[in-house]
Write a protein that binds this ligand. Structure first.
Ligand SMILES: [Zn+2]
Length: 47
């Protein structure tokens, strides 16, 4: 599972794909979806 977030509407979702969806499933805006860091990733980065 990969977590994604839309930078326009802040909608968060997860999908079983590794590439970015072209458009946000919530607001429909194109190229606003980013790969979201997991809580685990953030913990590792803050060390
Ligand atoms: Zn959106």
């Amino acid at each position: 599972m990969t977590n994604f977030r839309c930078k326009r509407c802040n909608y968060q979702f997860s999908m079983q794909i590794d590439k970015l969806p072209r458009s946000c499933p919530n607001c429909g805006e194109k190229e606003t979806v980013l790969k979201e860091q997991t809580a685990q990733d953030m913990l590792e980065e803050s060390n």
